[in-house]
Design a protein around this ligand. Structure first.
Ligand code: DP6
Length: 324
């Protein structure tokens, strides 16, 4: 029996979004993207290859997955097996400390942790660039979760050139991300399906590629200068432009619900009242609010009153992948 390896990876929230693939099989994106890894939401995954197993045995949040439900993980393990000429099946035990599929990017931490644990358990010693490329094959956003802090996923054009690099890994800037959990149910349209619809049917998709190039060029120096206002303005506008690609798809749809709009209005109201903060959201109704640590008491109090204290989670910049 081979040794078991455990890895922990944190989720990330994109400030300049990834929304569309150039290659769906290799998960090469249409554009680069940029994210902040968060300390509060993470996945712990243990992998052990075992010659006695007759199939991969995958347990997520204490539930043994059926072969159909475990298909994505099984396919990912096949990639690791291909790299090592290993044939034995694996036992995978994963616990998500993230509301699964609620737009808090559990697939990012899940595939980053799986990439780390599975590759090491198979005897591979990958550097973080190679780990980032491997994680990408499971889920695009996982590419960035190998690193901590502010991270850029450089789109590249093939498997070798598409990986993430850290922009500021140990963040020395008192900023926070307040997650508002407005609906913790599984989303109706997965990111995978949603972005594919946008690429295929939104007439605005070509413009999105220009938007991302401009936003990346502007947000990187703003982050490096710790310019809160510019960073916030760009991330909010970028998120809304991504969501314009769902509203403009055929058939049109939206990830927003009524509470999403209420939370967005509340952020605008806080700003009008002199508390600077900016919203972003992914493929789900939950809103994340980018703010400065000094304003956390006022912001969390406001949202606790509106949405319930249990639905307000304060996150700070988090670390890259860790092994134990
Ligand atoms: C809106 O990484 O979940 O969160 O590559 O198909 O697994 P797949 O998609 P996924 O998409 C994330 C989309 C997003 C934006 C982002 O994280 O950049």
């Amino acid at each position: 029996m081979n040794p078991a390896v455990t890895a922990r990876a944190h989720t990330n929230i994109a400030l300049v979004k990834y929304w569309g693939k150039a290659n769906t099989d290799l998960i090469i994106p249409q554009t680069s993207s940029l994210s902040l890894t968060l300390d509060q939401f993470y996945t712990d995954t243990t992998v052990q290859f075992d010659d006695h197993l007759t199939a991969d045995e995958i347990t997520v949040n204490h539930d043994l997955l059926s072969p159909a439900a475990g298909q994505k993980v099984h396919k990912f393990l096949n990639l690791v097996r291909e790299q090592t000429q290993r044939t034995s099946f694996a036992r995978v035990t994963s616990v998500n400390h993230v509301p699964t599929a609620a737009g808090l990017a559990s697939s990012a931490s899940a595939f980053a942790a799986l990439a780390g644990a599975a590759s090491r358990a198979a005897g591979l010693d990958l550097d973080r660039t190679a780990l980032s490329r491997l994680a990408r094959r499971g889920s695009g956003s996982a590419t960035r979760s190998i690193f901590g802090g502010f991270v850029e996923w450089q789109a590249g054009h093939d498997d070798a050139s598409s990986f993430a690099i850290p922009l500021e890994e140990n963040v020395d800037w008192p900023i926070a991300m307040v997650a508002l959990v407005l609906d913790a149910r599984r989303k109706k349209v997965s990111s995978r399906q949603g972005m594919q619809n946008s690429v295929a049917t939104s007439p605005y998709y070509p413009a999105w590629k220009d938007v991302v190039a401009q936003d990346l060029a502007a947000i990187k120096p703003a982050i490096q200068a710790h310019d809160f206002t510019t960073t916030g303005e760009i991330l909010e506008a970028n998120a809304m432009r991504m969501h314009a690609l769902t509203l403009s798809a055929q058939p049109p749809y939206s990830y927003f619900n009524g509470d999403t709009l209420a939370a967005m209005q509340a952020v605008q109201q806080l700003r009008d009242d002199g508390i600077a903060c900016y919203y972003t959201l992914d493929a789900g109704p939950n809103v994340k609010v980018f703010c400065q640590v000094a304003d956390l008491p006022a912001i969390t109090q406001h949202f606790a009153q509106q949405f319930g204290a249990q639905n307000v989670i304060v996150a700070h910049p988090g670390p890259g992948i860790q092994f134990s």
